[in-house]
Design a binder for this molecule. Structure first.
Ligand code: CTP
Length: 403
């Protein structure tokens, strides 16, 4: 199995909040993604969800009592905990945050947080009034100042019936932030990678646009994979997909807006990966009012060229292009590699099944001045990993040359 969680050892600390049931989904998703998940529960957490529930999804023993002389897990737990990659406390109650901030240790979660020298992620969940209390806020600041990652809470309906801040972060947000924490010392740590995604939409009038079928999934996967290798990832996107957690996301619509956003971000970046399908042409004039059909059988819209974004970015950073083609894929891709003076181009044949627009998989060929590498069909995240495998040494060479 590949991906950010494969063979990772994750400690999941669960404290006593109604949101504890959501931690079951998190434990399940992490396990399905290849992680070894050891769940630690406070006594009050076991009042909301049984240890058996977690044991059933993780297929591993759950630690609930550190003082049980018959429990092998209790005896070995500090050694096990120290070998973990991360401790995630989700949900973290106000009481648990206070214990963690003060260094109190009287339950499996808080003892582990003190005894095991592993990165800490806390996902608070409580009533809005509790979350806003200065005592809780101070404890959160204390934890952050010690390097803990605080995820959420989100805003919405709370168990008390109140509406406000206090909901446990949703599973996709937690997964994204855990992946980010796991990859913090990856081979892109300290680097900034700008990725574009989606198809631009060029307005004809206030209600109509010229656009294309790009879903944005490939670009999102690239930004996520960069994040999971330690990069500061900037995603400039037109896509209607959820913003990926832990990634600076900028929303744009037109090629001109994308150009401005890329130029603003590129100055401090190490690489630009243009996965977006940028319109080559836009309507010359945007009608200020909706165009009425009247009685005409035809309608002509004059189109003019957009500015090429890749070619507008200086050669000081690594530039990677995409070529989505339906004929002579490699020939066209090679021509673009040369004409745009790119470091690398990712070519894909959009006529192949399970590749290209909208799919979760892709089949691409990586082309650079040295030749072509044909990759098999794989997930877009895995394609992103292979692209970044090429970007890492390119950045190192660029930085070395500038030194
Ligand atoms: N690109 C860009 N700025 C544009 C248009 C495209 O930076 N105004 C980027 C794309 O994001 C992609 C690469 O250039 O990385 C693709 O090149 P392009 O020549 O636009 O390819 P297509 O439009 O797919 O092909 P064609 O030339 O056949 O129209």
């Amino acid at each position: 199995m590949s991906g950010p969680f494969a063979a990772k050892r994750i400690l999941l600390g669960v404290s006593g909040s109604i949101a504890a049931y959501k931690a079951v989904d998190l434990a399940s998703k992490l396990t399905q993604a290849g992680a070894e998940v050891d769940v630690l529960m406070t006594y009050s957490a076991t009042r909301f969800v049984t240890p058996l529930t977690f044991r059933s999804v993780t297929h591993r023993a759950v630690l609930t009592d550190l003082f049980d002389p018959d429990s092998r897990e209790a005896i070995e737990h500090v050694a096990v905990a120290t070998a973990a990659d991360v401790l995630v406390v989700a949900p973290a109650t106000a009481h648990m945050l206070a214990k963690l901030a003060l260094g109190l240790a009287d339950d499996p979660v808080s003892v582990t947080a003190l005894a095991a020298d592993v990165p800490l992620i806390v996902a608070p969940a409580m009533d809005a009034n509790m979350w806003e209390h200065p005592a809780v806020q101070r404890n959160v600041e204390t934890l952050e100042s010690r390097g803990a990652m605080v995820v959420g809470p989100g805003r919405g309906r709370l168990a008390s019936g109140l509406f406000g801040w206090g909901r446990l972060a949703e599973t996709p947000e937690l997964l994204g932030r855990i992946a980010q924490a796991l990859g913090r010392n990856g081979d892109l740590a300290g680097r900034t990678i700008v990725v574009t995604s989606g198809g631009t939409a060029e307005p004809i009038d206030p209600v109509r646009v010229v656009t294309n079928r790009s879903s944005g999934k490939m670009g999102h996967a690239l930004a996520e994979a960069a994040r999971d290798r330690g990069a500061h990832a900037v995603l400039i996107t037109t896509a209607a997909l959820d913003d990926p957690p832990g990634i600076e996301t900028v929303h744009v619509e037109t090629a001109a807006e994308m150009l401005d956003a890329v130029l603003a971000a590129a100055g401090s970046a190490d690489a630009l990966v243009m996965a977006a399908a940028v319109a080559d042409y836009r309507p010359a004039d945007v009608h200020p009012e909706k165009i009425k059909k009247e009685n005409a059988d035809t309608l002509s819209v004059e189109m003019v060229r957009t500015t090429d974004i890749l070619s507008s970015v200086g050669r000081a950073i690594v530039r990677v292009g995409f070529a989505a083609e339906s004929t002579d894929v490699l020939g066209h891709a090679r021509a673009k590699l040369a004409s745009k003076d790119l470091d690398l181009i990712v070519a894909n044949d959009i006529t192949l099944p399970d590749a290209g627009f909208g799919a979760d998989t892709n089949k691409v060929t990586l082309l650079d001045a040295g030749g072509a590498e044909d990759l098999p069909l794989m997930s877009k995240y895995d394609v992103a990993e292979r692209v970044l495998d090429r970007v890492v040494p390119l950045i190192a060479a660029r930085r070395g040359a500038l030194r």
